[in-house]
Design a binder for this molecule. Structure first.
Ligand SMILES: Nc1ncnc2c1ncn2[C@@H]1O[C@H](COP(=O)(O)OP(=O)(O)OP(=O)(O)O)[C@@H](O)[C@H]1O
Length: 256
């Protein structure tokens, strides 16, 4: 049986002044897939992420998450709809502990919200305990439970990336969107990241991955789209995409 479509985005265009950053980009991701988005520098990958997560307004496009239209008009709306993302440059609350960072992510999904948590009504206190427990579970899941009470800026680079993923998972997303999670990682950290992403996939979660490390993407993704100058030039399984002459030209040609 065909798996349900989680993300179905069609016909996205985005222009910055005279620059056509995205031209008619469409992506369809099935539940449980790791889907890659690659392309040379300036191809439009981050712009596409920013459009689907509500940071940039698209000029056109249709947006569906788990069969329902969603409006990518503001990041908090997108988070509520069920897309959680991480950023190319780590964006943690650097003075908070690892645990607190994950608890903040969890509040997107709870009844009391941040205000309730501050007011500390009884119901809020109970909810807070549940949030704390779940946050600890997530830290354990990504492999950094031992650092729960460490200030996040004191974590190693690789562990900060894991923490970002734990915080994103805390929102119980339908789709986890990762913007260059391996950027700046050494070989050992990359290997550990690969294991973590496979573990997340094994839980039935769906991942959209922008990544510069082509080897990592090819070994990890079920399918991928290649962008070049804002246009999709190939889509398919890694074995096909890496043989595609347009893809080879985009990466090896002198244009970039
Ligand atoms: N806010 C903006 N205003 C104007 N131009 C922008 C803006 N954001 C991106 N661009 C331009 O859009 C194009 C696509 O950039 P984008 O950052 O999406 O590419 P990318 O594929 O993510 O690149 P990289 O791999 O280097 O991160 C580039 O030419 C970039 O200069």
């Amino acid at each position: 049986m065909e798996r349900p479509v989680i993300l179905n985005i069609a016909g996205v265009t985005k222009r910055f002044g005279g620059l056509q950053a995205l031209s008619d980009v469409s992506v369809k991701i099935m539940q449980g897939q790791i889907y890659g988005l690659i392309g040379p520098n300036g191809a439009g990958k981050t712009t596409f992420f920013n459009v689907i997560t509500g940071l940039y307004q698209p000029d056109s496009g249709t947006f569906e998450l788990a069969g329902k239209p969603y409006s990518p008009s503001a990041p908090h709306e997108v988070a509520k709809a069920g897309i959680a993302r991480t950023f190319q440059n780590i964006r943690l609350f650097s003075e908070m502990t690892a645990l607190e960072n994950v608890m903040v992510g969890r509040h997107v999904r709870t009844r009391q919200g941040v205000l309730g948590a501050i007011l500390q009504h009884r119901a809020a206190r109970e909810e807070e305990a549940a949030i704390r427990n779940r946050a600890m579970e997530l830290l354990d899941f990504v492999g950094i439970a031992q650092f729960a009470h460490r200030t996040s800026r004191h974590l190693s680079y690789g562990d900060q990336r894991r923490l970002e993923i734990a915080r994103a998972l805390a929102t119980e997303p339908q789709l986890l969107a990762l913007d260059e999670p391996a950027a700046g990682m050494n070989a050992t950290e990359k290997l550990a990241l690969r294991e973590l992403l496979l573990k997340i996939k094994a839980e039935g979660k769906t991942i959209l991955l922008i990544e510069h490390d082509v080897k990592l993407v090819m070994g990890l993704c079920d399918r991928l789209t290649v962008l070049d100058y804002g246009k999709p030039i190939a889509e398919g399984i890694p074995a096909e995409v890496q043989k595609n002459p347009a893809v080879i030209e985009a990466y090896l040609g002198g244009g970039h």
